[in-house]
Design a protein around this ligand. Structure first.
Ligand code: SAM
Length: 256
């Protein structure tokens, strides 16, 4: 039996193709304790209503979203280094959520909030338009087999939804160790009218990005790393994200 069933909303049957497969993943006692004790303080439950960031963080500050934080070591390191910024981390893997909560407590971080939910639904339902100063997607699952490409998170429709939620000049930063996916991501972001590339093609690794757990494993295996960094066009007037269409977003993980 799964010791930590995810909220029923995550397993809704009407959207069969997602960018993740829920694993039974063993949770350590420390992660379990952190999840039980700290989720009520640092967790944001999924609800189909726009988030009030000032209320969630208890202050006003630039907000950054990290999608798929894994075990949360990068999230915690960045949040620690940037105390004036607020970070929303979203992940579906419960041991990772427990792990980030543990780090939050150990480091005494007050600028991180954690969501255990599908990022596609979370963005659609809870992130207000033009509200984010930046979005981090570090080493999204590459789904290397062709028949699985439809599961890839960063496809044009979802990229558009992310772009709509960036404040003018806000950035979308993606890193991957899978070259073919890197090129697909670069093409998807370049084709999005709301975004402009900060580099000529791939970007340099930004100084603020620590080596992630997944990245370190890839580097050991001799993989390359590709960074992609776009900004929302300052004057871009996009379609309103005031009433995001979850069907359209959901389809972003379906389109092959
Ligand atoms: C390859 S891992 C990378 C983890 C971490 N960023 C790192 O670099 O070590 C990708 C992570 O994204 C998470 N993920 C995939 N799709 C997601 C989604 N739709 N919403 C939230 N998390 C997702 C997975 O559970 C997994 O932990």
């Amino acid at each position: 039996m799964n010791p930590d069933p995810l909220p029923a909303a995550i397993a809704r049957p009407h959207r069969p193709v997602r960018s993740f497969v829920l694993r039974q993943g063993r949770m350590s006692p420390a992660q379990r304790r952190a999840l039980d004790a700290l989720m009520p303080t640092f967790g944001i439950p999924f609800a189909p209503a726009m988030l009030d960031f000032d209320r969630a963080f208890g202050r006003s500050a630039p907000r950054f979203l990290e999608i798929g934080f894994g075990m949360g070591e990068t999230t915690a390191a960045i949040a620690r280094a940037r105390p004036a910024d607020d970070f929303l981390g979203i992940e579906v893997h419960s041991p990772g959520v427990g792990s980030l909560l543990r780090r939050i407590a150990l480091l005494g971080l007050t600028n991180v909030r954690v969501i255990r939910h599908d990022a596609v639904e979370f963005v659609a339902e809870m992130i207000p338009p033009a509200s984010l100063a930046g979005i981090h997607v570090f080493f999204p699952d590459p789904w290397p087999k062709k028949r699985h490409h439809k599961r890839r998170l960063l496809q044009p429709a979802f990229v558009h939804e992310l772009a709509l939620r960036l404040a003018p000049d806000g950035y979308l930063h993606v890193a991957t160790d899978w070259e073919e996916y890197a090129r697909e991501i670069l093409a998807a972001l370049a084709a999005e009218p709301l975004l402009v590339n900060t580099a000529d093609g791939f970007a340099l690794r930004p100084l603020f990005r620590p080596l992630t757990k997944f990245e370190a494993r890839g580097v050991k295996l001799g993989h390359g790393v590709w960074d992609v960094n776009f900004r929302r066009r300052p004057g871009a007037v996009g379609e309103s994200a005031g009433s995001p269409d979850p069907q359209r977003i959901a389809s972003s993980t379906r389109a092959a």
